[in-house]
Each structure stands twice: as C-alpha cells, then as structure tokens.
Design a protein around this ligand. Structure first.
Ligand code: UGA
Length: 481
C-alpha cells in the first residue's frame, strides 16, 4: 500500500477507535475522505467491522453502516499497516490519569514509536487526544529518535510534522458536533501541515483558528476547565438559592441572557462527571503546579464538585431519615444523558454511597445498565437492575433522578405515584417540570429551585415542597424583562 490514494487526496488514518476516534473516522469518511480506522483491540475492530459501534452514541450506527457500504472506511487492528498506508495520522488513543492527577501518556508514546518505525514518506501526526501542553514536543522527539531522523538547524524535522487539533465533541452529541463544530483549533509548525488541515476542515464552513502547537493543546484544557468552572459556580449558586428561596434556573437565565456569560453549562445538579472534565481538570492543575502557577481556583471547582454527592445524600436523608433498609428507586446511571458511559459518573457515586449506607436500590437507565452491572454487580434485595422507570419506582420510599435523560420528563407521573410506597421525587438534575410532578401529588425536591428545609423560619408560611420562593423570583425576573 502507498500512502496516497489514486486521486492524490491524502489518505487519513485514525489511530484509536474510542469515543473520539470512531466519530472522527466516520466524520471524515462521510466527508469523502478515504479513512483507515485502526485500533490494537482486535475484538473492537471486529465489532465495528460488523457494523456495530462499541458504545452508544446517537446516529453513529447509521453513519458506520454508510461508511462501510461506501468503502470509504477500512478497519484494521494493525496500527503499523494504517500508519504506512496514510499521510495524515490522527492520534486518538486514551490518556487516562495517574494517581497523581497527571495524564498517563504511555499510549501516546507507544503510538509515536510505532509511527517512527513505519515512516515510509511524509506524515502529518495530529494529536486529537486531550494531552498536556508540550506533548507534541515529546511526540516529535520520540518519532525523531526512533526514526533516526535529524533535526534541521531551525529545529524542524524533515519527514514529518506534528500538529495539535483538539477535539471538542460531547458524548451524546458527537455526530452533530463532528459535522457542525463551533470552531476548529489547529496548532501547526509548518505551512505544509497548515495546508493539509485546512484542506480537511475548510468544507465544514466553521471558523478555523490556526495557532502554535502549545496554544492548541492549552486551548482544550482551558475549554474543559472553564466549562467545569461554570458548572461548579452554578452549583454553589444553587446552594445559596436554596437557602434564600431563590430559583437557580431563573438566576441562570437571568445571567445567561448576558452574552458575556451565556446560558449553557449553567445547569445545577449533582455535579459533573465523565471521562473528560474530572480528569482534564486534574491534569490542568498538575500542569499549573509543575510550572508554579497558582491553580487555587480550579482546586475549588473540583472541591465543589466532589461535595455535590454529600449535599445530595443530605437531601435524601431529610426525606427518608434512616437510609438503611429503605427502598430507593434510581433513574439514571450514566454520567449524563445520551450516553452509556459511566466513567466518573456522579450518579454511580451516589448509588455506591447509598449501598454503603445499607439502602436497597432499584435502578434503571436507558443505556448504561450493562456497563453499570460490570461496575456494581446486582445483589438480591440490595441492588436490582430494573427493566423500566416504573419497575424502579415499585414500592419505593423515594425516587431519585440522577441522569438528565430527556425521556424521564415524559413519564406517566400518576402511574409512578401509584406504584410507590411514598410519593417523593428528588431530582438531582433539575430535569422534571415541578408543576407536572406536583400536579400528580408528588412531593418534589430539586437542586436550588426551592427551599427544602421545612423547619427554617424563613419559610414558615410556605408549605414544604411548595414554590413560594420560585414564584417570587419569577415575578421579579418578569418585571425586569
Ligand atoms: C466534555 C466537553 O463538553 C467537550 O467539549 C469535550 O470535547 C469533552 O468533554 C472531551 O474533553 O472529550 P463530555 O464529557 O462528553 O464533553 O460531557 P459534557 O456534556 O461536557 O458534560 C460533562 C458533565 O457535566 C456531565 O456529567 C454533565 O451532566 C455535567 N453538566 C453539564 C452539568 O452538571 N451541568 C451543565 O450545565 C452541563
């Protein structure tokens, strides 16, 4: 195989077919490029080749079947073969975290060595995995050392370039994000690299920001750290709202309508999780500390996030008092709606804490049951995986909403109430419509949209679970608007 297709369009290889790599490979194939997807996990490759994505991502299976039928996507578990056959190599391997919070770059290093040993012409090596600034320099050194290439006086190496092209896609929206990105950030060191990446991304019609390589790497860290900060900020505001009888959703709207702030990522709840935010935040703090930059701000962001579990458990205790032996229905296990991913899921943290306190759980998630079973196996009478939300609510003392699956809004709340022992819902994601739920005679408790302490003198006149504070803040907001 040569590394150019007959039409002289560069052939692309995507190395690593996980949550970033697979959508990337399919996106480029759909845009008309010839793509080789490679992953050294042969069973994963076999699954994808059979037309099945190894994880749940809306729209991905359809895209996969089209790419396989068109023949634009080929798959291999031989990474070497993919490197030799392609010009542009997207590195999409995992960068998990070490105990120190530092990113574990062993997979990136291994790929760099593989590339070095298989250089058979010019290669553009593009980092897409989230990596700390300076990783590109390490890739460059590693490839150079192992390929026995020599640096030019300007410090640039012949035979290959390294670029950084961080990915901003969100799980659950990957397909949408691939074809309609807000922006593309590309860090390059040569005109050739810039031209190649411009050729790949120009058709998307979005702004493309060309920077140097470290700037692109840092942009990704800063984006995730900033979004995490927004979430922790609004969670802190939610706690204050609860104390003074304000409505955090309306505060979020009131500040979010200011374009300098923006409404997105101001949804209060049980905190952020997933493979990216918690890990990237720690890696960013690690990088800051390494360079003696004060990262106290980010430290607080993480602390606020970790405290969400205990704050939520307190709400449950206020309802059921003693947790031991209580039957608790749980809606949601994934770290957010739209995915089957449970990595660092705040929902699972709460589930584990409840199990530790002796509660009996009936759990349901539309996609994440299989993954959760591997993490927390079923236990008769203690941890039951249910076939529906209604099944999870059966005879429960309280029902918790832990993941923002939109379908939970469409539940038949009257049916739910009839199934439950005690009709109380605690909504850890502010997902449900309080009016709809209360109209079905539920006691409804959420995150910062209502006062929850019935004994507080501040709320003597409003009934527990009522929305006096909400109405007050809503009318003030309306009069201002
Ligand atoms: C995040 C970023 O949003 C992507 O831009 C980035 O590419 C990706 O990480 C990555 O680094 O690969 P993702 O982890 O898929 O994407 O999930 P988000 O949608 O960002 O949600 C992260 C967590 O924050 C979830 O647990 C979610 O429930 C929580 N969240 C989000 C809130 O609690 N409140 C909000 O307002 C928004």
């Amino acid at each position: 195989m040569t590394n150019q297709s007959s039409s002289e369009k560069p052939r692309l290889a995507v190395l690593g077919l996980g949550h970033v790599g697979l959508p990337t490979a399919l996106g480029f194939a759909e845009m008309g490029w010839e793509v080789i997807g490679a992953d050294d996990d042969a069973s994963k490759v076999a699954m994808i080749r059979a037309g099945q994505a190894p994880f749940y991502e809306p729209g991905l299976d359809a895209l996969l079947s089209r790419s396989l039928t068109d023949g634009r996507l080929t798959l291999t578990h031989c990474v070497e073969e993919a490197v030799r056959a392609s010009t542009v190599l997207f590195v999409c391997v995992g960068t998990p975290q070490k105990d120190s919070g530092e990113a574990d770059l062993s997979q990136v290093e291994a790929i760099a060595r593989t590339i070095a040993r298989n250089l058979n012409g010019y290669k553009l090596i593009v980092e897409k995995s989230t990596v700390p600034a300076v990783t590109a320099q390490w890739i460059k050194k590693t490839v150079a050392r192992f390929a026995k290439l020599s640096a030019t006086p300007a410090g640039c190496l012949t035979g290959f370039d390294v670029a950084s092209n961080p990915e901003f896609l969100q799980e659950g929206k990957a397909v949408e994000n691939i074809f309609r990105p807000d922006r593309i950030v590309v860090g390059v060191e040569s005109e050739r690299a810039r031209a190649l990446l411009d050729q790949l991304y120009r058709p998307l019609g979005c702004p493309i920001l060309f920077t140097n390589v470290s700037t692109a790497e840092l942009t990704k860290h800063a984006a995730n750290a900033f979004l995490s900060t927004k979430i922790s900020f609004i969670n802190m505001v939610a706690d204050i709202c609860e104390a003074v009888g304000a409505d955090v959703n309306q505060v979020a709207l009131g500040i979010g309508l200011d374009p300098r702030i923006g409404r997105q990522f101001l949804n209060a709840g049980i905190g952020f999780g997933g493979y990216c935010f918690p890990k990237d935040l720690r890696a960013f703090m690690h990088l800051a500390r390494e360079h003696e930059v004060d990262c106290g701000l980010l430290n607080e962001v993480e602390k606020i996030n970790l405290r969400r579990t205990e704050i939520f458990l307190k709400k449950i205790r206020r309802v059921v008092w003693v947790l031991k032996g209580k039957k608790i229905g749980v809606l949601g296990l994934a770290f957010k709606g739209g995915t089957d991913d449970i990595r660092e899921s705040p929902a699972l943290r709460i589930v584990q804490a409840l199990l530790d306190e002796g509660a009996c759980l009936q759990v349901f998630d539309p996609q994440a049951m299989e993954a959760s079973r591997q993490e927390i196996p079923p236990q008769a009478g203690r941890m039951e995986y249910c076939s529906s939300a209604y099944d999870a609510a059966r005879e429960a003392d309280v029902l918790l909403v832990l993941t923002e699956w939109p379908e939970y809004r469409e539940l038949d709340f009257i049916r739910l109430r009839e199934l439950m022992e005690v009709p109380v819902i605690i909504d850890g994601r502010n997902l449900l419509d309080p009016e709809v739920v209360r109209a079905s005679s539920f006691e409804y408790i959420d995150m910062g949209r209502n006062p929850i302490d019935p004994h507080s003198s501040r709320f003597e006149s409003s009934d527990f679970g009522g929305n006096g504070g909400v109405e007050q803040s809503a009318s003030v907001l309306e009069s201002v608007v």
